[in-house]
Ligand binder design. Structure first.
Ligand code: C2E
Ligand code: CA
Ligand code: CA
Length: 451
């Protein structure tokens, strides 16, 4: 449409430039004036009718709200610094603004882009998102290799702009969860999930205030030495007599950054329990504490751990930190933090084999112990066993300590032992125990009651 106006304007101007001098040369002054007025009237007519047509089409067009957001913005900020981050936001804003010249673009909380987009066909939305994404990747790729965006789309369904905007934001969060998806359309399931997550988060925040988290302990047993060689501290939510396993809330806690607080709490509580064991002269070897990725990336985390340890009068060797690589972040992002951490504590790599960059982790000499994930232990197919066998070989050859997680049966334990993996953690030896149960087990020299 724009091309049509431009071509008509150019033709009109050419006509004016060519015809006017000829008329004037021939002495047709009045005709020249009339001709110029007619051309100008024609031009005005073209522009006015065209604007009216655009307005009419915009009114007739359907509306969608698109929310765009940088993935892992906290990590990007940490990685590049706030100043550079703001600059990245500005550059993205410019690109989006350019692409949506006729619509409204705003920034929410300084880093989320909200776009009111008018369209005829739904596929126009997808193509413009793909186009913007390509442009952003092209513009940022050279300097910022880790930047990616997610888009959430809400097809406006009523006049309440805010509800529609919130739905676009929820859809954007949904897109972030689906690793391979650049965009996601809002659906009711997203809202229900988000609402459920927010409720759980609220419950967790309240529970932390009310001291409703408890630490359980699961021993790691060495079948060749026939003794407990360590234990893992596992957090539980205990409310009205109900015990909720970490599995049920840890992903949500991590998603909303709550693990930063929870991990500190678990660290402090575990230190207190270790003090009790020491006072009672009970041998416990090392206690492992889980550290989430967000905790690891938090500036003050290591200082907090060291301070707490010193305040409790404990030795660094009393504690080991288990870093999980369940998240989508690659090792180079957390590698530096692990390095720092390992200068103070022994570090073990959790969930080996299911993380994103486990193999590159093996090059990291700051890690002392590798925990083989439960998935490899329970898969007793010939292929599964081949994989487990070779994982054990590789880890041992590289000189790491090795622990197998989630061992439940005699068969699994025997297989692991036959391959030289003697330290196991799992229901086969013991479930996670309350502190009192754990203390009794240690006092018994690791011998279970009745066995
Ligand atoms: P994880 O670190 O891999 O911990 C082992 C999980 O497997 C625990 O679940 C444990 O109860 C369970 N488990 C142990 N032995 C067996 C077994 O033989 N069979 C089966 N099916 N499961 C077994 P839990 O306590 O629900 O913890 C789940 C995850 O939550 C943990 O996985 C860990 O990643 C995380 N987590 C637990 N406590 C904390 C914490 O204080 N901070 C952080 N950041 N994460 C924690
Ligand atoms: Ca763990
Ligand atoms: Ca694990």
């Amino acid at each position: 449409m724009r091309e049509k106006i431009i071509s008509r304007t150019i033709i009109s101007l050419i006509l004016l430039i060519v015809v006017e001098p000829i008329l004037l040369l021939l002495g047709y002054k009045i005709e020249a004036l009339v001709f110029a007025i007619l051309v100008l009237i024609y031009l005005a007519f073209v522009i006015i009718t065209n604007n009216m047509r655009i307005r009419y089409m915009l009114i007739k067009k359907k509306k969608a709200i698109i929310c765009a957001n940088i993935d892992n913005s906290e990590l990007v900020k940490l990685y590049y610094g706030t100043f550079v981050y703001k600059n990245i936001i500005k550059r993205i804003y410019k690109i989006i603004k350019r692409n949506f010249a006729t619509t409204c673009v705003s920034k929410k909380f300084g880093e989320q882009f909200i776009i009111l987009y008018k369209y005829d066909q739904k596929n126009e939305i997808v193509s413009i998102i793909n186009k913007i994404n390509k442009e952003i990747q092209h513009a940022l790729d050279d300097d910022f290799f880790t930047i990616s965006l997610s888009f959430g789309i809400q097809i406006c369904d009523n006049k309440d702009y805010e509800t529609n905007e919130n739905k676009a934001v929820i859809a954007c969060n949904g897109a972030k969860k689906q690793e391979l998806n650049l965009y996601s359309f809002y659906n009711i399931q997203d809202t229900e999930n988000e609402l459920r997550e927010k409720q759980i988060l609220l419950k967790l925040i309240k529970a932390l205030k009310n001291n409703e988290f408890e630490v359980y302990f699961q021993p790691k047993y060495d079948f060749s030495l026939k003794k407990i060689v360590g234990s893992e501290a596992l957090v539980r939510l205990v409310q009205n007599g109900e015990i909720v396993k970490a599995d049920e809330f840890i992903d949500i806690a991590e998603k909303y950054g709550f693990t930063v607080f929870l991990d500190r709490y678990v660290f402090k509580e575990t230190c207190k329990k270790i003090c009790e064991l020491k006072k009672a002269n009970i041998e416990f070897n090392t206690i492992s504490i889980n550290v989430s990725r967000s905790t690891l990336c938090e500036e003050e985390a290591i200082n907090y751990y060291v301070d707490t340890l010193e305040k409790c009068g404990l030795n660094k060797k009393d504690i080991e930190l288990e870093v999980t690589e369940r998240s989508e972040d690659s090792f180079h992002k957390v590698g530096e933090k692990i390095h720092k951490l390992s200068k103070v504590f022994n570090v073990s790599l959790d969930d080996f084999g299911v993380g994103n960059s486990s193999l590159s982790m093996l090059m990291e000499n700051s890690i002392k112990t590798i925990k083989i994930d439960r998935h490899f232990v329970i898969d007793d197919s010939p292929e599964g066993r081949k994989i487990l066998n070779n994982i054990i070989k590789l880890i041992k050859e590289l000189g790491f300590n090795i622990v197998a997680e989630g061992v439940e049966t005699e068969e699994q334990k025997k297989y692991l032992e036959s391959k030289g993996c003697h330290v196991i953690q799992g229901y086969y030896y013991s479930k996670p125990l309350t502190f009192e149960e754990f203390k009794k087990l240690l006092e018994n020299g690791g011998i279970q009651n009745g066995s």
